[in-house]
Design a protein around this ligand. Structure first.
Ligand code: SF4
Ligand code: SF4
Length: 146
């Protein structure tokens, strides 16, 4: 989710920020809210979400823990198959970006409801629900612990 998903903003603000597609059209009812989707923040590719020098500077003191390097090129670090900045909220079931205001340009450029958004959901839409289920299982005390 790059331009799109995982915002820290309240759902209302997120919805307001996504009222149109990149070409100014309206978003179909079949497109989920980014907080309920999160698909584009998942990846298995080591070059997922390029981090430019400007992006790195904007991340400030969070850059060192969230960015990984391949030679002299920087990318968002992956963790458990998704961007390390993605927070899976087991209570609400939502997917939030903990650096939303400081997210890289690549994330800002992916507009909810765009063709790229549809491709991300088609390719990876099955991953967020699985990750949420696993996170909830991990968060719940086992029978022997309760
Ligand atoms: S794939 Fe689309 S709807 Fe899903 S989080 Fe990304 S931008 Fe939002
Ligand atoms: S920084 Fe990571 S969690 Fe945030 S929008 Fe980009 S890919 Fe998603």
């Amino acid at each position: 989710m790059r331009a799109g998903a995982a915002e820290q903003q309240p759902t209302d603000a997120l919805t307001a920020a996504r009222v149109g597609t990149a070409d100014g059209g309206s978003i179909g009812a079949d497109v989920p809210g980014c907080l309920d989707c999160g698909a584009c923040c998942f990846s298995k590719a080591s070059d997922f979400v390029k981090v430019s020098g400007y992006d790195y500077s904007r991340l400030g003191n969070r850059a060192a823990s969230l960015v990984t390097w391949r030679g002299n090129r920087a990318f968002m670090r992956l963790e458990d198959g998704h961007c390390a900045a993605l927070v899976i909220d087991t209570q609400s079931g939502q997917f939030r970006c903990k650096i939303y205001d400081k997210r890289p340009e690549a994330c800002r450029a992916l507009a909810r409801g765009s063709g790229e958004c549809a491709a991300e959901r088609e390719a990876k839409g099955d991953r967020p629900p699985v990750a949420l289920r696993l996170a909830r299982e991990e968060a719940e005390p086992t029978a022997s612990e309760s």
